[in-house]
Design a protein around this ligand. Sequence first.
Ligand SMILES: [Zn+2]
Length: 43
Amino acid sequence: MKARFRGVCPECGSEIKVGQEITRYHGRWVHRSCAPEVEPESE
Ligand SMILES: [Zn+2]
């Protein structure tokens, strides 16, 4: 899904900007490209 709030990606340490594609990983929001694996998630 797309980020609705700014934040920091715990995987790469870079900023998550509003509108970027993100995914949930271990309960935290990370860039989709930063998630080591994709967890099944209903949006
Ligand atoms: Zn990241």
